[in-house]
Design a protein around this ligand. Structure first.
Ligand SMILES: [Fe+2]
Length: 347
């Protein structure tokens, strides 16, 4: 029997892992990340694997977990520690429990400290350490549910007492390396050199790290299973089509009445300059004020905003409301101005 193993990394250094049982063709993904959903599915089918479980080693505060969308897509359970507050978790595990995947056995170790729901998972010659133990570092303890005293216990009384030859696969790697080992971390990890309890705790309390990007969005998404802005834009973008700025410009230059432009920015932005002939309906008023439009099914509705994002959401909404001729102008008015296409302040 052998393990099928794939390590998947994002540009920001997030690591996730596809682990499959070659005998039963069943697989689990550890710490799936939202931008890699298609990648996981492609890898699983490449290896002839069926994904059975999704496991998050903890509630991530700095990136977006794909567990909820993947679990809905594949109709498979999400596994997390029982302290996890996320309501969409299907299987809540605790210290010492075994997850069986085909012929593979994963053992759960509860390692609170980085978060109260942090777990590490061992299988054969390796341990997935989440953010409890990183290569040359540890998880921080200053984010929600973090606790430096618990991290000390989890590291020095649990994790670091495992077989020194175990390979360490963490949830983040900020170098080209793929893994390390318990022995190597014990010897070289600068944070672990403070092995006396109070010295370690003091060290963790005085790290003074800056807050991660997207903290609120990550917690909202990972705790409640909500969608990220990117995900909302992808979902809306899949329901609509787009029109290029070049085409809008040339159609309008031809004095052609086939386009009805709607500017969905706020009033101030509209008054500072818009495309000639545009109707102004701010995004916040769209559903209510759109009925004031004279509905002409021959006209194509072109929606634009400043950056090209709000217009995607607004166009999807118009389609939903029955405006099948609505399209979003690519990129937004910021680029229109860069191209030196004409704008007017008043009409
Ligand atoms: Fe984390």
């Amino acid at each position: 029997m052998s393990i099928i193993f794939q390590q998947i990394r994002t540009q920001q250094g997030c690591q996730s892992y596809l682990i499959g049982c070659s005998e039963t063709c069943s697989a689990m993904i550890i710490d799936p990340e939202i931008s890699q959903i298609e990648h996981y599915l492609g890898l699983a089918s490449h290896h002839g694997l069926v994904i059975h479980y999704l496991l998050d080693t903890h509630t991530h505060a700095d990136h977006f977990s794909a567990s909820k969308p993947l679990s809905e897509k594949l109709n498979i359970p999400v596994i997390m520690h029982r302290n996890s507050p996320a309501p969409f978790v299907d299987i809540r595990v605790d210290d010492g429990e075994i997850i069986v995947l085909g012929k593979l056995r994963f053992e759960v170790i509860h390692t609170p400290g980085h978060t109260s729901d942090s777990i590490c998972v061992t299988i054969e010659d390796r341990v997935f350490t989440g953010d409890t133990l990183l290569i040359g570092g540890t998880g921080r303890t200053d984010l929600p549910t973090g606790n430096p005293e618990q991290l000390y216990t989890s590291l020095f009384e649990r994790l670091l007492k495992l077989d020194p030859d175990l390979k360490v696969f963490p949830a983040h790697i900020y170098s080209e390396r793929s893994h390390s080992s318990i022995k190597e971390e014990l010897e070289n990890n600068p944070r672990l050199q403070k092995s006396e309890r109070q010295a370690f705790i003091n060290q963790m309390k005085t790290l003074n790290l800056k807050m991660p990007n997207h903290l609120t969005e990550s917690l909202r998404t990972n705790l409640n299973g909500g969608k990220t802005l990117t995900q909302l834009l992808i979902d809306a973008g899949n329901q609509i089509t787009f029109i290029s700025q070049e085409q809008v410009f040339s159609t309008k230059s031809g004095n052609n009445n086939s386009l009805l432009l709607i500017d969905v920015r706020e009033r101030e932005a509209f008054e500072q300059g818009h495309i000639e002939g545009s109707i102004h309906i701010p995004r916040g008023q769209l559903e209510i004020n759109i009925n004031d439009l004279e509905f002409n099914p021959e006209q194509r509705i072109v929606v634009y905003c400043e950056s090209g994002q709000l217009s995607i959401l607004a166009t999807a909404r118009l389609k939903e409301m029955g405006f099948q001729h609505a399209v979003a102008m690519e990129h937004g008015l910021a680029r229109w101005k860069e191209l030196n296409y004409p704008i007017v302040k008043r009409e």
